[in-house]
Design a binder for this molecule. Structure first.
Ligand code: ATP
Ligand code: MG
Ligand code: FE
Length: 344
């Protein structure tokens, strides 16, 4: 089936087109530059940007794929979780297309879409798999027996998301927003063992699969402040490398443990932070040692995009899952266990 997917859960207007597991188009318009001066995504600004970008981005995706709207067999859209106002723009657009074309509509879970996207790159999804989703808005460990209907949350962050921690520490170090890629770059020149920053929730009595990054964030900020107060130069590369190591050490250790304790031999990593070069390297190393197969989509498919929504939509069509009703709501706090939103 030819599926058009729409994503507007945060600051990316994404429209993707797939045929089965084949990617035909992945058009993304981002309003990230408009948020840079605020140091974070401003929901009202993002909603307006989606409204302006939606139709041009759909056109661009159709052009890329070399198809017309008439060729589309089903529409999929992110129904949640995400920013309430931005989700509404995508869901309203998707309903309009589904109604006008008289095609089935699937309101889907953004997190399940981050998992499903991998099959556009590496072929059919290995199920069950464990998925580590790390981005600016979420950090969770999922157990995925069936991406179209059985997704379970093993754990998630109890405070900041991993990408949020990268962005905040980048700001402390005077690097631009979004900070993740800058920390990644600067850290290459630094020593990851220079400073022993805390690893959150890794004590014997701590929850095995939850994450916490706010203590780490505070520790890094205090360390930098102390240096500045003493009038000493801040070793930016060493701080970046040591901070990054603390984050990816915990992420990979918990992900591997989740695989082992659930008898699952495939780990999938997704979300914007999956682009991090040290996370990829350490995950490869630890998975190889544990006999776990690692799948990480290319960075463009890891960050928010419409192709991931289309990929999940195509899988739902392929497995004959009932579509959503046309009155389906956007749900900013949609639980990860709800892969398809039925109706309001
Ligand atoms: P959502 O949480 O809904 O997916 P988002 O826009 O925050 O929304 P993404 O677009 O998937 O999510 O990811 C953006 C995040 O990824 C930012 O926090 C950014 O700093 C981080 N990021 C991107 N590249 C890297 C990298 N190389 N290293 C570390 N973090 C990175
Ligand atoms: Mg984003
Ligand atoms: Fe996302």
């Amino acid at each position: 089936p030819l599926v058009l997917g729409i994503e507007t859960s945060c600051d990316e207007t994404g429209v993707g087109i797939v045929r089965g597991t084949t990617l035909l188009a992945d058009a993304v318009a981002s309003s990230v530059d408009e948020h840079a001066r605020f140091g974070g995504v401003v929901p009202e600004v993002a909603s307006r940007a989606h409204l302006e970008a939606m139709i041009p981005t759909v056109r661009r995706a159709l052009d890329q794929a070399g198809v017309t709207l008439r060729d589309v067999d089903a529409i999929a859209v992110t129904a949640g979780p995400g920013l309430a106002g931005t989700l509404l723009v995508g869901v309203a657009a998707a309903k309009a297309y589904a109604m006008a074309l008289d095609k089935p509509l699937y309101g889907v879970n953004h997190l399940a879409a981050h998992v499903a996207v991998d099959q556009l790159e590496h072929g059919p999804l290995p199920e069950p798999c464990v998925a580590l989703l790390v981005s600016g808005g979420h950090s969770s460990l999922l157990l995925v027996p069936d991406v179209t209907g059985d997704v379970r949350e093993l754990g998630s962050t109890i405070d900041d998301a991993a990408g949020e921690a990268f962005d905040k520490i980048a700001r402390v170090l005077g690097l631009p927003f979004p900070g993740g890629p800058h920390i990644d770059r600067v850290a290459r020149e630094g020593d990851p063992s220079a400073i022993d920053f805390p690893r959150g929730l890794t004590g014997p009595r701590d929850p095995a699969y939850d994450f916490s990054f706010s203590g780490l964030k505070t520790a890094v900020a205090r360390w930098v402040e102390a240096r500045e107060r003493a009038g000493e130069p801040v070793p930016v590369a060493d701080v970046a490398a040591s901070f990054q190591e603390a984050v990816v050490d915990v992420l990979t250790a918990k992900a591997v443990r989740a695989c082992q304790e659930h008898g699952v031999d495939h780990l999938l990593i997704g979300g914007g932070v999956a682009a991090n070069s040290r996370l990829r390297a350490l995950a490869e190393e630890r998975c190889a040692r544990a006999g776990i197969r690692l799948r990480v989509p290319r960075p463009k498919l890891c960050t928010d995009n419409g192709a991931m929504v289309a990929a999940l939509g195509a899988e739902l069509v392929a497995r004959n899952v009932t579509p959503s009703e046309l009155d389906l709501p956007a749900d900013s706090s949609l639980p990860v266990t709800e892969v398809v939103v039925a109706a309001s």
